[in-house]
Design a protein around this ligand. Structure first.
Ligand SMILES: [Zn+2]
Length: 352
């Protein structure tokens, strides 16, 4: 685990990049903690897993996103054995108390989704008092990072002077313009300058440069539904349902792609432990289905994702100069994306 130390407001070590897991077993949580040094669990199910781990004395490096923002307009949270399920049917379930009781290293507020420009609600969330030290979970639509709002957001963070956990929402990529990349970097500068902890939850590979720029934690989702808070997926105008193919992390592209779109050994080569065991690279994910991708295929992809992402993270954070190493990897990824005709995410080109 990489310790974060603040000396005179200047941080002397980098934060941590770890896996953000949706539904998972305790074993999967532990495997990811071993690879990344930490793991973020989600919601009700995550709390149940955290309690199992606590009983086994295995809670180090484990934290929780209450993910209360997922509840609205969706099916009810599944009932978990024992008290927990009952308690969750009540609107007053105390997430802060539950995390504090477990002794988690960070206690996060439940987190309500804030639409762009909801300034009063933002102020209220940042001003709310709790009986223990918390990280205020802000669930923000990507528009908050745009040119019109990111200054206001940064100003509110400055005024509140609290640790913040950030979940960004967008149908596809919440950081899909150079303005939004700038907006995110503005928040990271605030964190680096003040020593206040800024943690990015259910983020994507953009969390890696964010760590190098001042974030304390970036919890990267290992499935597409945990990489950011999505919206309704747009239907194709012609009504044709596109084929489903597993999303896989491509180390050299520094982002996820559909397995079916990966052609050529430059992108399909992977030396991670999962691929080594399977005896083939990412071409094994060149499969498509009419309906949902089968659970076994998704699990295989997720295992590769976990190993391969951890390798990239260790390569960057373990480098003599992480920023230099990241620049090199970004350039390589951009060039390769052009070469193979894949659209690269915005941050790869506009981080600097
Ligand atoms: Zn692999």
């Amino acid at each position: 685990m990489v310790d974060r130390r603040v000396r005179g407001g200047v941080r002397s070590s980098l934060g941590r990049v770890q896996a953000y897991l949706g539904r998972c077993s305790a074993a999967e949580a532990l495997a990811n903690r071993e690879r990344f040094g930490g793991v973020t669990l989600q919601g009700v199910h995550g709390l149940a897993v955290a309690r199992v781990l606590a009983r086994a004395g295995e809670l180090a490096g484990v934290d929780l996103d209450p993910a209360a923002y997922l509840g609205r307009g969706k099916a009810k949270a599944p009932v978990v054995e024992g008290q927990l399920g009952l308690a969750l049917d009540l609107p007053v379930f105390d997430w802060v108390d539950a995390q504090a009781e477990l002794g988690l290293s960070v206690v996060r507020t439940p987190g309500l989704r804030l639409r762009v420009g909801q300034l009063d609600e933002l102020k209220a969330a940042l001003g709310r008092e709790y009986p223990v030290k918390v990280s205020v979970t802000l669930v923000l639509d990507g528009g908050w990072l745009g040119s019109k709002h990111s200054g206001v957001l940064a100003e509110q963070l400055r005024a509140a002077d609290r640790d913040v956990s950030l979940v960004l929402g967008a149908p596809f990529d919440p950081v899909d313009s150079s303005y939004k990349v700038f907006g995110l970097r503005r928040l990271l500068r605030w964190s680096a300058r003040t020593g206040r902890k800024l943690e990015l939850l259910r983020t994507g590979p953009v969390g890696i440069p964010a760590i190098a720029a001042g974030a304390t934690l970036a919890a990267i989702g290992l499935s597409s539904s945990t990489r950011h808070l999505g919206g309704p997926v747009a239907r194709r105008a012609d009504g044709v349902r596109p084929k489903r193919s597993p999303q896989v992390f491509v180390p050299r592209l520094l982002h996820w792609q559909r397995g079916i779109d990966l052609k050529g050994s430059e992108v399909t080569a992977c030396a991670c432990a999962a691929c080594a065991r399977a005896g083939s690279g990412l071409q094994r994910f060149d499969v498509a289905f009419d309906s949902a991708v089968p659970a076994t295929v998704r699990a295989a992809a997720r295992e590769h994702d976990s190993y391969a992402l951890a390798e990239v993270v260790h390569a960057v954070l373990g480098a003599t100069d992480p920023k230099d190493e990241l620049t090199r990897l970004r350039q390589d990824a951009q060039e390769l994306a052009v070469e193979v005709g894949i659209v690269a995410p915005k941050w790869l080109g506009s981080w600097e």
